[in-house]
Design a protein around this ligand. Sequence first.
Ligand SMILES: *[C@@H]1O[C@H](CO)[C@@H](O)[C@H](O)[C@H]1NC(C)=O
Ligand SMILES: *[C@@H]1O[C@H](CO)[C@@H](O)[C@H](O)[C@H]1NC(C)=O
Ligand SMILES: *[C@@H]1O[C@H](CO)[C@@H](O)[C@H](O)[C@H]1NC(C)=O
Length: 401
Amino acid sequence: MIVLHTYLKQLCSGYVLLSFPLLISATAISQPPFSATTQLQYCQQQARKTLASLPADTPNIPRSIPANARQWKLVDYKDWTSGFWPGILWYLFEASHTDTFNVAAAKYASQLEPLSRQPAYDHDLGFQVYCSYGNGYRLTNNPAYKKILLATADTLATLYNPKVGTILSWPREVKHFGAHNTIMDNMMNLELLFWAAKHGGSKHLYDIARQHAITTMHNHFRKDYSSYHVVLYDTLTGKKIKGITHQGYADESMWARGQSWAIYGFTMCYRETKDTAFLNFAQKVADVYLQRLPADLIPYWDFDAQGIPNIPKDASAACVTASALLELSGFVTNKTKAAMYRAKAVQMLQNLSTDHYLAKETNTAFLLHSTGHKPNNSEVDASIIYADYYYVEALLRLQKL
Ligand SMILES: *[C@@H]1O[C@H](CO)[C@@H](O)[C@H](O)[C@H]1NC(C)=O
Ligand SMILES: *[C@@H]1O[C@H](CO)[C@@H](O)[C@H](O)[C@H]1NC(C)=O
Ligand SMILES: *[C@@H]1O[C@H](CO)[C@@H](O)[C@H](O)[C@H]1NC(C)=O
């Protein structure tokens, strides 16, 4: 109501000002005040345009749009990002109760079903199947979705090494590294295991997820609570070998999206376990990220990369963090701190919802200016599907507060 009221007031004052053209402020007219509901409507419009543009034959799952391009680059179900598009469609169904999104979500998700019947390729099964079928089951209670989720959780658990106490994130890299490897992103995929343990799966899945988080908490962070992207462990003894980077600027740098996975992951682990060690840790990893942000609260792709402020940003990290902070603010008992986390999350979403970051007519994604893999020069300053996924998730979380 307050937002609507302010908006109406601005519209009215804009109307009055029309008789004095010299006094019109361009920004006041092109930039209405931020509201989650308005932004969710914008997301629906963009997603409808994407739906209309996608081919019927596979690969047809949108992944990213390069800077200055208009068309989505498409992938098939095996790609690690395949769950985000169906997940976005489920979220838009939740926001709109419109069958267009419900029907499309089910259609795109159905392509991922083979993942529940194949051996695990890597830890990304969580992103793929939880973001798609997890949201689908939450909104429909379809028992077929539940079966797929439970089977995939068991598949993901096959990558767990009890000697190390973590999931092997990239089996394909064991030869290259000569070691068991675990990446920060893997924290996100514990959610599928926690979910399965609560919904008829083995209780062992809960123990694996909890132990993975504990081991990661001990080994994956520097003294200032910034995270390594990758940690290598001895497969046989379980001992930590070293922390390195893959998508970050340097082994000792704070890669923006890695830190945002950590904020989100430990917050989620607290939700699922109620272990206050995770709640305290989530705040530590959030605080170092917040302290080092630039003025508009959208990070550069790596906090320590050379050339700041003339280097690409990563809007996707801001989306993941905003969503995480909205949840974290509901758990933190210190009221001042909780309010600060919530205010920061809202400011992030507000800044992402300005013309600088919104894709609007540039392409049919929701957002611009994300960076996927800078050292490989791939998806730099691009629209990327996981930025859109966590943007819409955060908007829904904000709307429910
Ligand atoms: C972004 O957020 C910061 C912090 O709230 C604020 O000072 C700044 O004006 C915002 N920038 C834009 C472009 O909205
Ligand atoms: C609550 O958080 C604020 C802001 O971080 C801090 O200054 C204050 O000391 C905290 N209060 C308690 C009781 O811990
Ligand atoms: C690196 O970039 C190439 C070319 O854009 C791409 O095909 C490949 O998938 C990228 N590799 C990684 C690990 O992102």
